[in-house]
Design a protein around this ligand. Sequence first.
Ligand SMILES: Cc1cc2nc3c(=O)[nH]c(=O)nc-3n(C[C@H](O)[C@H](O)[C@H](O)COP(=O)(O)O)c2cc1C
Length: 409
Amino acid sequence: MSNQSTLSTPLKLRSGLTLKNRLCKSAMNEAIATGEGRVVRQFEVLYRTWAEGGAGLLVTGNVMVDKRHANEPLAVAVEDEKDALLLQLWANAAKSKGAQIWAQLSHPGKQSPKFLNSAPVAPSAIPLASDMFVPPRELTETEIEDIIQRFTTTASVLKTAGFDGVQLHGAHGYLISQFLSPNHNKRTDKWGGSLENRMRFVTEVYKSIRAKVGKKFAIGIKLNSSDFQKGGFTNEESIEVCKTLDKLGIDMIEISGGSWENPVNRKGNLKESTKQREAYFLEFSEQLKKNVSAPIMVTGGFRSQRAMEEAVESGATDIVGLARPFAIDPDLANKILKGQGYLSTVKPISTGIKKIDDMAIMEISWYTDQIRRMSEGKDPKTKVRGLISVADVLFNFWRRGQQVKRVRA
Ligand SMILES: Cc1cc2nc3c(=O)[nH]c(=O)nc-3n(C[C@H](O)[C@H](O)[C@H](O)COP(=O)(O)O)c2cc1C
């Protein structure tokens, strides 16, 4: 494993901050906040565990900018300073071994399930193809401005609490991605139509946050390489958005893909070249690198040290993003950096019942359960059966969902 140093090479970002190595724990919903989205001490426990694991960058799961609009139960929401102390403890724990912590800022738009949200909003009143979600109402221009302010306020509160940066969640079919998609954005005002108009929301969010937090605080984005849907956001459009954000000074672009309707971000494609290189979006990132100078991170599919090293050495990506592997092996960055030929044991989770296995909730639940265990100071328990973790997580969600309803009633 002579190339181990590639992944341990520090990377200086535009903000002036330096990542101590090229390994990042990518965003995973922690699903451990209170029913009202309040921060709890378990975030500190969880992020201390990941900090000790050796990654250079820890990106949090979705942090909601508006607690009325959550992507899933027990998602954390930061709207003001009321959890300032708990946020500080969270940030300090994450930074205790020299990693950086960035919070992923998110608004789900119409991808907010109906047991949580009876009045979701979106760029246009176009329903998702599932009765899990109430059809959305079209946002007014005043509401769009309000959401931009909410992103800005959340970023500012997190900066004060000691976070090193934020990552805009512009992927996976959430609000920013809905604005970008010609399928989901049919507006005829300045927020829809041409690509320039469809990307106005994300660029205004970026500019507003930057004006508030200054240049030394990192702002990144997680963006779809494409929606992988007919008539959706394409590779070419994604490159144009990245070029614009690059010129505006974005600190990092993380590449992912798909949406709730088509979760390629966790499944990848079946191309032989992809199987060899493991990561799903490397071909796209190679294309993107020719067009932007901001550092690129690719997330999705990396399992072996060999593939991670090759991806960085070939220049296809600057940073390796890993999600599921960190949920079952929080210490994996240390193992990789020791150069022991690491291979993650992530494998498909099965209940033995095909209908359940095909549901996105199935896999997410299993990993969510592992994250909950770590937040309680326990080790991941990879032998736990799929069906048991689904039942466990659904019960937790239902219980807290009832609390949310009571709070809102
Ligand atoms: C339990 C779980 C929760 C996730 N939550 C988020 C999230 O909050 N934000 C996000 O951008 N991606 C989220 N993802 C997607 C991951 O960041 C990542 O893109 C995907 O799992 C592919 O990477 P991997 O193959 O390394 O797991 C989540 C994935 C899992 C398994």
